[in-house]
Design a protein around this ligand. Structure first.
Ligand SMILES: [Zn+2]
Length: 306
């Protein structure tokens, strides 16, 4: 039963609580420098410096060590999800890298994802600065910024292995990492935790035009579009829609709202795509920053939506 005296006590406790919250926030959320296109670009440069990164190659092993070290330096929980992929080139060991930020206020999770492997190429050196590199560099930078902020959900930063076909693209020869990841989500009964999955792929092109992907969940694609418009980036949005098959597909099949931010025209008539021309000189600091800003704005919209 409440009397006036108790009410005063409660008010006093509330004041103490708010004061503590204020102090707590300033201690747990130190000033984080804003998202940096330069920092994202530097990560892309490092990944490219390791050489081609097809599954189980020396280059991808160096990339795995770099991703792990960078994510651990951010004090994230890093999981190596190892699996053996059945491919037309035989069984290949692959590794998804998952970095989890400290828990949000609820159990809800938002996944930000990118593939970090590169297309195996028999003749010619394929470095995948844009295809595999750009989105992974940006994801590391997003992890730095987002993991230090307080949100009402947790972030999982997921780096997929084996997105690329090992021989010829098909539903069974592609998306090895994301398919395995979703199977594990199901077996761990974690599908319902995931409120949204935001995928990035090929986001470093100087002439950045993001696709209006028909496969993506419409309400999420709308949030991406609204975010880009609000930020003044409507000139980076494609006019005609396309249907994109990428690492978001296994998530969509599992019923998880998912969206892909991808620029699927790399160079005039896509002439740099899956060629040795996919090199660091084609990558733009500004494009990385633009996509990162659109993603953060989209996440803010998801946060206020619920
Ligand atoms: Zn590719």
């Amino acid at each position: 039963m409440f009397n006036k005296k108790n009410t005063i006590v409660i008010h006093w406790l509330q004041v103490v609580f708010f004061l503590n919250c204020g102090i707590g926030l300033s201690q747990t959320t130190p000033e984080v420098s804003p998202l940096s296109g330069e920092k994202a670009y530097a990560h892309v440069q490092r990944l490219v410096s390791f050489g081609p990164r097809p599954p189980a190659s020396p280059g991808i092993k160096k990339s795995q060590a770099y991703l792990t070290k960078t994510l651990k330096n951010l004090h994230l929980d890093v999981e190596h999800q190892n699996f053996l992929a059945l491919t037309p080139n035989g069984n290949i060991p692959m590794k998804n890298i998952i970095a989890r930020a400290k828990k949000g206020i609820t159990n809800d999770v938002i996944i930000l994802a990118s593939h970090y492997d590169t297309l195996p190429m028999e003749s010619g050196v394929f470095l995948g600065a844009n295809d595999g590199g750009s989105s992974s560099g940006l994801l590391l930078e997003l992890a730095r910024v987002l993991s230090k902020q307080q949100w009402n959900f947790s972030f999982w930063f997921v780096f997929f292995d084996g997105e690329e076909a090992q021989k010829i693209w098909s539903s069974t020869d592609s998306l090895y990492g994301s398919r395995y990841f979703v199977e594990r989500l199901k077996s761990r009964r974690q599908v319902s935790l995931i409120k949204a999955m935001i995928l990035t792929d090929m986001v470093g092109d100087k002439n950045l035009i993001l696709e209006r992907d028909r496969s993506s969940t419409t309400w999420l694609m709308d949030l991406v579009w609204d975010s880009a418009m609000e930020l003044g980036y409507s000139n980076h949005l494609a006019v005609a829609p396309k249907t994109i098959i990428d690492d978001h597909i296994p998530f969509l099949k599992a019923g998880i709202p998912s969206v892909n931010l991808i620029d699927y025209e790399f160079g005039k008539n896509n002439r740099y795509w899956h060629t040795p021309q996919d090199t660091i000189d084609k990558i733009s600091v500004k494009s990385l920053l633009i996509v990162g800003e659109i993603i953060i704005r989209t996440i803010e919209k998801i946060a206020t939506k619920n």
